[in-house]
Write a protein that binds this ligand. Structure first.
Ligand code: ADP
Ligand code: MG
Length: 292
């Protein structure tokens, strides 16, 4: 396309809240054959709320929440916001965490006083040889409701399951349908567990999804689609999406997402709505038509 028509396209897109950082991305957008979407914060609002606290070896919900919120205060994950908010609703005091560590795709580890606190998924528990299989029925029930269950362990003893639910953005369903009607295949990628992912995918009309993906594997999935001659768009909001956003033929960041995601992407959806994707593709088509 001529520099002039690209400029016009960039301006048109901006009016729709779609910020295009490079002209080449604008020209590639209409050629996308597969759009990969992150789940948390991209398809969903990314503002999860605590819905259930199931005590295991603990006697008190507030004690559980105080431990969990204390360790989450070192994390930027959407799950952290939900748990901290719940503790703050109950006016609980948070404790100081030492030796804090975030394990990507797993959860958090740290010390409160001389107690070792772990908060995360079954894979995190497995790393510490803590068995969760006897609770599979409970976690699966929560997951089938679209909730994400996380385990809290204190001194390597399971003490609770905290379930967090992240509502789907109201217009994600129609935005995904628009992409599909444009002939774009839509694939969901998430670090969340398989059952929760399946429940969300079904709600938004996505049949192909990959769950329990580690951040580095998100980028590998993009690569494997590209190896099949797909032109791949990737949309995400998190630090964990950055490598995949950079690798995709066109990376789209959610405007309310992390700075790292925005810097790694070619296009930012300022309004957070996935309708920006079909809008970008439409502008791209119009731009290419203008050259001919
Ligand atoms: P997503 O791709 O859905 O944004 P992530 O890779 O960030 O997912 O996280 C994957 C999983 O790791 C979460 O569903 C959760 O079980 C666990 N996890 C990650 N970070 C945290 C955290 N701060 N607190 C609790 N669990 C976490
Ligand atoms: Mg995310």
């Amino acid at each position: 396309a001529t520099p002039m028509s690209v400029m016009v396209g960039v301006g048109k897109a901006a009016e729709a809240g779609v910020l295009i950082r490079n002209g080449e991305a604008l020209q590639t957008a209409s050629k996308i054959t597969t759009m990969v979407l992150d789940k948390t914060g991209t398809i969903t609002q990314g503002e999860p709320k605590v819905t259930d606290i199931c005590l295991i070896n603990a006697v008190d919900e507030n004690q559980v929440l105080s431990w969990a919120a204390s360790i989450e205060s070192g994390s930027e994950h959407p799950l952290a916001q939900a748990i901290i908010e719940k503790a703050s609703d109950r006016k609980l005091e948070l404790q100081t965490i030492e030796q804090f560590q975030a394990v990507v795709g797993h959860g958090l580890e740290g010390l409160i006083g001389d107690q070792k606190v772990l908060l995360g998924n079954d894979k995190l528990m497995e790393r510490h040889s803590i068995k969760t299989s006897h609770l599979a029925h409970k976690t699966q029930t929560l997951a089938m409701e679209g909730k994400t269950p996380v385990f809290l362990a204190v001194d390597d003893q399971l003490s609770a399951i905290i379930a967090v639910s992240d509502p789907i953005k109201p217009d994600s369903i129609s935005a995904i349908k628009r992409l599909q009607n444009n002939g774009v295949k839509v694939v969901m990628l998430t670090g969340d567990n398989h059952k929760t992912a399946a429940a969300v995918a079904e709600k938004v009309g996505i049949t192909e999804f990959v769950a329990e993906v580690l951040p580095e594997d998100k980028a590998a999935k993009i690569k494997s689609l590209q190896a099949k001659q797909e032109i791949v768009g990737m949309t995400g909001d998190g630090i964990n999406d950055a490598p995949a956003l950079a690798l995709a033929d066109v990376g789209f960041a959610i405007g309310t997402g992390t700075d790292v995601a925005i810097e790694s992407a070619d296009i930012t959806l300022m309004r957070g709505s996935l309708h920006g994707l079909a809008d970008a593709i439409a502008v791209s088509k119009a731009t290419l038509r203008n050259i001919k």
